[in-house]
Design a protein around this ligand. Structure first.
Ligand code: VAH
Length: 319
């Protein structure tokens, strides 16, 4: 049985759907702190679950005979800067709970997302390597870096099969943005479709590593299904697909909406973005488990603008 925490988030919404395809609706339990998320999971079981509630988490894993956990619940970078200590508890302590539970219940596998946020302003920004310097300046990046080290520790000392990916900015349209610094690239599509101007909270040439959600799902399943002896990185794998700036994204959308306008109004999230790499070298993922992305920027824009109107209509009919 597979347990997903934070299932109603951007990654969780699409990953839970895929996991249900792979394991069947009876084998996947989607959980989230938001009880309303129930409506998003007609195709599998859903339970309200706060990952900070250690006893309830333990009871769940024991009673449901869970064998795999995808631990996605987190407070993302921009939100974490507003509540740094809470973000440390949610992002770090919940992972430690799960690593301990993985030991106690001998879980087969545990997935935990890391992020390019583990890198900092002093990290070389172009084609950032797997083992490049990591001096993160955000609460979120600090928790992700510490979490990576704990994943490697529990693998080395207790043989826990915990696997992780350093996701770039993930662009998905099946859930609303959730407090990420890269979420401008999700919000812009909603504004274009609504015929409104878009105010970017990052400056026009702020280049960041990005990935369309289907590629993030593909990478997660490929990593988790790879034979154990192919995994050489037990902290978290670098992972890349593309890099773009707000201006490049805007120019890619403009042919579909000639009236669409953008203004650039950088806020505190610019400081976060300026501390992150501009592009990532993911040769270890390509070597170990044959990673390769399917989507570049034009294909992502085309597909989102094709699919988002229907998603919005369905959401409105749900409301
Ligand atoms: C965030 N979307 O902005 C996440 C991600 C690289 C960015 O970690 O916090």
């Amino acid at each position: 049985k597979v347990l997903v925490t934070g299932a109603a988030g951007q990654l969780g919404t699409e990953l839970t759907q895929q996991l249900t395809e792979v394991y069947g609706p009876e084998a996947v339990i989607a959980t989230d702190i938001n009880p309303e998320a129930n409506a998003s999971f007609p195709y599998c079981r859903f339970s309200k679950l706060d990952v900070m509630d250690r006893d309830r988490l333990r009871k769940y894993i024991r009673e449901e005979k869970i064998t795999q956990v995808y631990h996605l619940a987190a407070i993302l970078s921009a939100s974490a800067e507003k509540k740094p200590l809470l973000s440390w508890q949610v992002n770090m302590d919940s992972l430690l709970h799960l690593l301990e539970l993985a030991r106690e219940f001998k879980l087969n596998k545990l997935f935990w997302p890391s992020s390019i946020a583990v890198f900092g302003p002093d990290t070389p920004k172009i084609q950032t390597r797997q083992h490049a310097a990591k001096e993160p300046i955000t609460a979120y990046g600090i928790a992700k870096l510490a979490g990576e080290r704990w994943c490697a520790y529990y693998h080395q000392h207790y043989g826990i099969d915990v696997r992780s990916l350093r996701f770039p900015g993930l662009i998905g349209y099946k859930a609303l943005p959730g407090g990420g610094t890269t979420d401008y690239a999700v919000a812009i599509f909603h504004q274009a479709l609504a015929g409104k101007s878009f105010r970017s909270f990052l400056k026009k040439d702020s280049r960041l590593p990005m990935m369309y959600m289907p590629d993030a799902i593909k990478a997660t399943l490929a990593l988790m299904q790879a034979p154990k002896d192919r995994i050489s990185i037990h902290s978290s794998y670098n992972l890349a697909a593309m890099s773009f700036t707000p201006e490049e994204l805007y120019r890619g959308i403009l042919p579909y909406f000639p009236e669409f306008t953008i203004t650039y109004d950088p806020d505190y999230r610019q400081t976060i973005a300026d501390g992150w790499p501009q592009s990532i070298d993911d040769r270890e993922a390509r070597r170990d488990w044959n990673w390769s992305p399917d989507y570049e920027l034009p294909a992502m824009i085309r597909e989102i603008l094709q699919e988002l109107p229907t998603w919005i209509q369905n959401k409105q009919s749900d409301l």
